[in-house]
Design a binder for this molecule. Structure first.
Ligand code: F0G
Length: 453
């Protein structure tokens, strides 16, 4: 097979400030070993998130200039609306400033205000944190219904994001009245960017029909999911990826989307409802807190950038490069004996830090150790997803390397691999960490750490 090249050339560049080992040690000290506290100017390769960190195309920047900033009915709104309708087939389209704003509106419309969610429960293959937090904010419980293979990081299976259909059927047969809607997240971020098959989504649809429940898609990474379906699901190989993406949306009653992922923009979101009445209720709420329904808290130029980005993400040469480049990083790490969540996800590689640093127990935060070491050795910023972030709810000690879209080249990724191998060679000498100071909630953002001597 020929090398899959980046299907773009670079027209505008952003310099990376090269730092020395001593500078990075100093930056770590000043940040109390919390990578969220490191100014991004001191980061050489930033793999903290793939959300809003991608590069826009020249066509998107042209859209930014075309943006019409009229309060109501701007041509930018109509262009955005038409593209989202063309891709999803859904008529009722609300722009929002990002995914969690769509989630907040969804909860208010489908569950209600205040404590309306008390006694209710929303299932998902696995809720993303903000989705879970928004649902639980209404008093409603959440539950993740992954299949057993989806919960095993060390085996390869094509669709580890699939919903456990028996568990869903059981929940609905026992508590149908308590379930306001069923949600599926594509791709499933919480377990490593793993895809969901069309077959599984069709079965979820059938169960929702049986119990008369709305089916909501968290479609942040809908194009990456559609590409995995084209590659892995029997009978899908010859279909255009846009048709597969459309079929995903055809199965749902509504969708929340953070356009900061597959919308290929730095800010933006979408909320979709097939039902006109629900959309009308959501529009009224949108006006309260986000903005009028033809801009939803965004500038007209942001709508233009989304209109272009949502089309560009479905280009097959882009998706081939995108998914292959994440897989390439995973493949090299596996070859070097580094354990990762398998198989490689669409937007990120998750390293098993407990395996990487077997001498560091969970309460000394092996994920923090690895994340700090990657920064110190090579200026790489990653994200701990383990006992620091999740406390006692952590199932694994992971470090996520999220790949921003169209931002880094293969030599950047080769450098990341080199640094990880260098850190691996000295892993036995790395210290664990203790938390010196922590806030009441969401401690990973602001906690201060100290290395254990
Ligand atoms: N749903 C999923 C699956 C996500 O991954 C995210 C964001 C959201 C919803 C919320 O969207 O940030 O635009 O409000 N994920 C980012 C990440 C933050 O780093 O994985 P948002």
């Amino acid at each position: 097979m020929k090398t899959i090249i980046e299907p773009f050339r670079i027209k505008s560049v952003e310099p990376i400030r090269m730092t020395t080992h001593a500078e990075r040690q100093n930056a770590l000290k000043n940040a109390h070993y919390n990578l969220f506290a490191i100014p991004s100017d001191d980061v050489m390769i930033d793999l903290l998130t793939d959300s809003g960190t991608g590069a826009m195309s020249s066509e998107q920047w042209a859209g930014i200039m075309r943006g019409d900033e009229s309060y109501a009915g701007a041509p930018s709104w109509f262009r955005f609306r038409d593209v989202i309708n063309e891709i999803t087939g859904i008529e009722n389209i609300l722009p929002t400033h990002q995914g969690r704003a769509s989630e907040r509106l969804l909860v208010e419309v489908m569950i209600g205000h205040g404590d309306a969610g008390n006694g209710k429960i929303v299932p998902n293959n696995a809720h993303f944190d903000t989705t879970r937090a928004n649902i639980e904010h209404s008093g409603c419980a959440t539950v993740d219904l992954l299949t057993p293979e989806g919960q095993d990081p060390n085996t390869d299976a094509p669709f580890k994001g699939n919903m456990d259909l028996d568990a869903l059927e059981k929940l609905l047969s026992e508590r149908a009245d308590d379930v306001p809607f069923v949600m599926v997240t594509i791709t499933c971020n919480s377990i490593g960017g793993q895809p969901v098959s069309l077959e599984n989504m069709k079965a979820v649809r059938a169960i929702c029909d049986k119990y008369n429940k709305p089916f909501i898609l968290d479609a942040c990474r809908f194009a990456e999911n559609a590409w995995f379906i084209k590659q892995r699901e029997p009978g899908q190989q010859d279909r255009p990826v846009a048709d597969i993406a459309r079929e995903q949306f055809d199965l749902c009653d509504g969708s929340t989307i953070s356009a900061k992922k597959d919308g290929m923009v730095n800010i933006g979101g979408v909320l979709l409802f097939r039902d006109k009445e629900l959309a009308a209720t959501a529009s009224n709420l949108l006006i309260l807190t986000e903005g009028f329904m033809t801009y939803g808290g965004l500038a007209g130029r942001d709508l233009e950038a989304m209109a272009v980005g949502f089309r560009e993400v479905l280009r097959e040469d882009y998706l081939r490069y995108r998914i292959r480049s994440t897989e390439y990083l995973g493949e090299k790490l596996l070859e070097a004996g580094i354990q990762i969540v398998r198989p490689a996800g669409g937007h990120a590689i998750y390293i098993d830090a407990a395996h990487f640093c077997p001498h560091i127990p969970s309460h000394e935060f092996p994920g923090q150790t690895l994340a700090v070491a990657l920064y110190e050795a090579g200026g790489i910023r990653s994200c701990e997803i383990g006992s620091v972030m999740m406390g006692e709810h952590a199932h694994m000690e992971l470090v996520r390397l999220a790949i921003p879209r169209r931002t880094y080249t293969q030599s950047h990724i080769d450098y990341v691999i080199e640094i990880i191998l260098e850190v691996k060679a000295n892993a036995a000498s790395l210290p664990g960490y203790r938390i010196a100071k922590e806030p009441a909630a969401l401690r990973h953002f602001t906690a201060e750490f100290e290395p254990i001597a």
